[in-house]
Design a protein around this ligand. Structure first.
Ligand code: WQD
Length: 344
């Protein structure tokens, strides 16, 4: 029986990873500071995955508390998703991001080594590629983050790469997510951003729900078929399955290796709006505003390496992503409820 520690397991992607790990027969321990997560999501993930994940409310910058988790539980592998992830916020609060993400990551691998845990799957991001030089982007694409958030992901990749090179017992997977969207088909797990969503899909869904008046499209004068930016949207359940595949692949890939997790297909902002309207049956009022600084015109993954080496590929299309996201949104219009005292 493998016991996997999931940092950030109370979050959007993390809770879906918990379901996938439980369904694959793992025992799961979740560590999360609940800044961007919900303990209810962990409870629901346990119900959906058919298991009983252990939850520890711990911040990775609290070294003694983090080490206690390793002392209290026999951990075989770690999936590391915990971190702050809003690009704009990282520009305004860089030190908070470097402390939470980079120091947190360093504390994690230090504790892992001290307790003899050598299997790490890291939640990285396509943002480490910076502005695309060619498409689709392979894992060998030049690296060069263009904002503090992206730099915290790239710095953690470099730390974990050097740590893996220092001791042959390490096996590290760097999973570079493209644009995760969607939700578990049950509608019981989903994205629950605090405040106004930064990302397209949750914003569009809140417009469809009537929580927001309209979507502002950040520019429609790009060199694309409909003038709006293109992204590689990947269903969060496909993404979660990719983490189980990565843990299994670590037995075949010593050292440290990166894999893109995307679909290999790109969709424009207006295509997403159209699909979200079809899934919800609602009008999505929109206006066109100025370009958002830092936006790339297109970002699409090469997924060949993951297909061949992880035996993983995404199976859900944009229509499914929108339908599942909408189901979560309508069943949970205000996101997750606060945890009930009895832990229901
Ligand atoms: C997608 C497209 C916007 C909102 C970011 C992070 C990345 C990762 C995923 C964490 C862009 C347009 C958006 C809106 C719009 N996050 N848009 N109006 O920027 O590709 O990636 O989220 O790991 O690291 O950089 O995703 O959803 O913000 O934007 O027109 O209100 O939608 O301009 O073209 P992005 P996004």
């Amino acid at each position: 029986m493998t016991t996997t520690l999931v940092t950030g397991g109370a979050g959007y992607i993390g809770s879906h990873v918990v379901v996938a790990l439980l369904q694959a027969g793992h025992e799961v321990v979740v560590v999360d500071n609940l800044v961007n997560g919900s303990e209810v999501a962990v409870e629901r993930a346990g119900e959906l995955g058919g298991g009983s994940p252990i939850f520890e409310q711990v911040d990775l910058t609290d070294r003694p508390a983090l080490r206690s988790v390793f002392a209290d539980h026999t951990i075989d592998a770690v999936v590391h998703l915990a971190g702050l992830k809003a690009v704009g916020e990282s520009v305004a609060q860089p030190v908070r991001y470097y402390r939470a993400n980079v120091i947190g990551g360093i504390n994690l691998v230090e504790a892992m080594a001290d307790f003899g845990v050598w299997r790490l799957v890291f939640s990285s991001s396509a943002t480490v590629y910076g502005d695309p030089r060619f498409l689709p982007m392979t894992e060998d694409h030049p690296l060069g983050a263009v904002n503090p958030y992206g730099r915290t992901k790239l710095m953690q990749e470099e730390v974990f790469t050097d740590v893996a090179a220092s001791d042959e017992r390490w096996r590290v997977a760097l999973l570079r997510y493209f644009n995760p969207v969607g939700a578990h088909a049950s509608g019981r797990l989903g994205e629950d951003p605090s405040g106004a969503p930064n990302n397209l899909m949750p914003f569009v869904m809140q417009v469809a729900l009537g929580r927001r008046d309209q979507l502002v499209v950040f520019g429609d004068d790009y060199d694309t078929p409909d003038g709006t930016c293109i992204r590689d949207y990947v269903h969060v359940v496909d993404l979660a399955d990719g983490h189980v595949s990565a843990i299994e692949a670590l037995e075949r890939f010593p050292g440290c290796r990166a894999w893109n997790l995307g679909t290999g297909a790109g969709h424009s902002v207006l295509e997403v709006v159209h699909q979200a309207g079809a899934a919800s049956g609602r009008e999505i009022p929109l206006s066109v505003g100025p370009r958002r600084p830092g936006d790339a015109v297109a970002s699409v993954a090469s997924v060949e390496r993951a297909r061949v080496e992880l035996h993983w590929e995404a199976s859900r299309d944009l229509g499914a992503m929108c339908a599942d996201h909408w189901r979560w949104q309508t069943q949970n219009p205000d996101g997750y409820p606060p945890p009930s005292p009895s832990g229901d």
